[in-house]
Write a protein that binds this ligand. Sequence first.
Ligand SMILES: [Cu+2]
Length: 164
Amino acid sequence: MKKVMYLVVSILLLVMLSSCGSSKTNSNGQPQMLNVELAVKPEQGKVGQPITFEAKVTQGNDRVNDADEVQFEIWRAKDQQHEKIAIKHPKNGIYQLKKTFSQEGTYYIISHVTARGMHNMPKKEFIVGTPSEPEDPKANNSMNGMNMGDQKDKDHQSPSKDGH
Ligand SMILES: [Cu+2]
């Protein structure tokens, strides 16, 4: 009889443990999407004047300060060289970078955010001084030279459905 009790208790424990990761669900029981709002201030800047980049990371009503990785990828239109900067120490879910540019032109930023088993990577265009020839938006060369493994590259195609 005691053995049966042990079994019941351990099954209950297993059920409790396996449900602990799914607290961030909406009414349909689906994990809530990772939301990233990317802001560039100002979107039309000047040479030598700092531009502020902010990625606001949220999940439902939650401000996400515990992202596994936030990386800003910045490059001038048509440049092969993409700069990648890891962003840490968020405040209220906002990951911020201030940067000054010495060359005029049209630029792009992608904020790669990996958090809570999901990946989101919005992209924005911004201008420093006089715009240069923009890139063809259909050409997907944003991931050029990105040092990521195959597994992570798959994340870039579609957000992972695994909420853990
Ligand atoms: Cu990405």
